[in-house]
Design a protein around this ligand. Structure first.
Ligand SMILES: Nc1ncnc2c1ncn2[C@@H]1O[C@H](COP(=O)(O)OP(=O)(O)OP(=O)(O)O)[C@@H](O)[C@H]1O
Ligand SMILES: [Mg+2]
Length: 505
């Protein structure tokens, strides 16, 4: 069977001030294939798909869609050509139903008469069942989980006669079970001859869903492989330029003895809107992992510990003394750092430079120190190098960095502060394989320096490799605390799905 060539990109380049984001890219896409794009943070992946969806104009090169050649693609042309892009942050309207969101902005609605609610529900119901998803068309989007919202976003794209579906890191906010649903929808789309471009930092996903894989490095195409003819090691070497460990192995584990005079941090009966009576202990020098489904209350738990959300009760005891903060300012003063998952909203000032963002949290608020950006520069340069942050210089505004590099700046900021308690929420979301290693090393270093490290992660290999113990949350409760031997993917998942496990066995 001859596959239909949907898209042919020839010699496309794109420059930003100080950065050649793409250089002479060639790329092809066939109907019914999943073509994955991998590469380090800043390699040019998002820039490339923005050119295909009309969000950016290339400096040179051409794009041929269904045999017709274009120099640039405008957003409306992209839609006409059937090119649909689903970005990471969904653009759904919370106060409308699933069905209304799917058809919002389609001309079909007008054709059926604007308020034909029953028709909208019926059509949405058809699409939902066609793709085999468990969603009710009448449900309000605000009641959906992040994963379900993502699925609605994809159904919306597919319902508009999509011939090309572009996904930029779609699983970043999804747990294992939710990912399975997403893949099911994508396979359905594939069978319907939709061509899919799929960007991900998770190589195991790429091998699971992909037909071909293109590797970008520093804005250049390194290779395009058929998935059966390549392995992870080769891909990593092409992406990173050196071999890297896929599964990080922690060197030295701190002793498991608990009565050796180590400091202890105790979360005691903590309660909040989404958190029900959570209690656990962390010893200094330990990395305490928290697993669970998206929406199980893990992020809320960290927010309570940082004084961000209203607390209904409970304590945080450091060596027996209650230090629970009433505000983030108090938290910082007490040495508590929260490294958030949502970098753009809570972690960065996008219009300020890498340098300013990085030193922000080291300003000592109580001592009224002046910020000396010159002296701080050396420290910033060092951590920028360690985390391989791709930026033309440290005075570049953070908004011009790629997604993963922004995340690294958030990490850099907190790694430079002298905290005592580090709360990491999905520390390596959106970060490439090479830089992950360095972040793990820095986290282990914090633990070895006697800090308390608490880490929420949906990345199973990461959770298992890095944690000394893993607490698993389900529905706002901590349903199990697993030690190193018990913390297998299977155990964590079964606890996360609500099967309680006794700490003792
Ligand atoms: N508007 C812009 N102005 C200046 N530089 C930019 C702009 N957009 C992107 N860049 C730069 O272009 C390069 C490629 O960025 P891009 O976002 O395409 O990377 P990416 O491969 O998607 O990385 P990530 O995995 O981190 O998302 C980066 O060095 C980035 O800083
Ligand atoms: Mg990107």
């Amino acid at each position: 069977m001859v596959q239909e060539l949907v898209l042919e990109v020839d010699n496309v380049s794109k420059n930003f001030p100080g950065v050649q984001a793409l250089k002479n890219i060639t790329f092809s896409l066939y109907a019914g294939e999943v073509h994955c794009i991998v590469g380090e943070n800043g390699a040019g992946k998002t820039t490339f798909i923005k050119i295909l969806s009309g969000a950016l104009v290339p400096d040179e090169g051409t794009i041929k869609v269904f045999g017709k050649t274009y120099r640039t693609i405008h957003p409306s042309l992209a839609i006409t050509l059937g090119i649909q892009t689903v970005y990471q942050e969904s653009v759904l309207v919370n106060s409308l139903s699933v069905a209304e969101n799917i058809f919002l902005g389609h001309e079909e609605i007008a054709r059926w008469g604007l308020f034909s609610r029953s028709k909208t529900m019926e059509r949405a119901g058809e699409i939902i069942s066609r793709f085999g998803v468990a969603l009710s068309p009448g449900e309000l989007v605000e009641n959906l989980s992040n994963a379900e919202k993502q699925i609605v976003g994809i159904l919306k794209a597919l319902s508009q006669e999509a011939r090309v579906l572009i996904l930029d890191e779609p699983t970043a906010a999804l747990s294992a079970v939710e990912k399975a649903t997403l893949f099911k929808v994508l396979r359905q789309a594939e069978e319907r001859e939709v061509a899919i471009i799929y960007i991900s930092h998770h190589l195991e996903e790429v091998f699971e869903i992909g037909d071909r894989i293109t590797v970008l490095k520093d804005g250049k195409k390194v290779a395009t492989h058929e998935v059966e003819k390549v392995n992870q090691d080769t891909l990593i070497r092409e992406m990173v330029g050196r071999p890297a460990e896929l599964f990080y192995v922690r060197g030295r584990l701190p002793s498991q003895e608990r009565d050796d005079g180590r400091e202890v941090l105790e979360v005691h009966n903590l309660r909040g809107v989404m958190v029900k009576n959570v209690s656990f202990q962390v010893f200094s020098g330990e990395i305490f992992g928290i697993g669970g489904m998206v929406g199980s209350g893990r992020t809320e738990l960290l927010r309570l510990l940082f004084g961000l959300d209203p607390r209904e009760g409970g304590e945080l005891l450091l060596n027996g003394r209650n230090i629970i903060p009433r505000s983030p300012l108090e938290a910082i003063a007490r040495g508590i750092c929260l490294i958030t998952e949502d970098r753009q909203k809570t972690g960065l000032i996008l219009s300020r430079s890498v340098r300013e963002n990085t030193v922000l949290a080291t300003i000592n608020l109580t001592r009224r120190e002046w910020l000396n950006l010159e002296i701080e520069g050396e420290k910033v340069e060092k951590i920028v190098g360690q985390l391989q942050i791709v930026t033309p210089h440290i005075d570049q505004e953070v908004m011009y960095l790629s997604g993963g590099n922004q995340q690294k700046v958030v990490l850099a900021k907190w790694l430079l502060t002298r905290g005592k308690i580090y709360l990491f929420d999905e520390p390596t979301r959106g970060i490439d394989v090479g830089a992950k290693e360095e972040i793990y090393r820095l986290m282990v270093k914090l633990a070895e320096d006697g800090k308390f490290v608490i880490m929420v992660s949906s990345d199973m290999p990461e959770l298992i490799a890095l944690s000394d113990r893993v607490g698993v949350m389900c529905d706002g409760e901590m349903v199990a605390i697993l030690n190193k031997e018990e913390a297998s993917e299977e155990n964590i998942l079964s606890c996360a799905l609500g099967r309680k496990m006794n700490d003792e066995d």
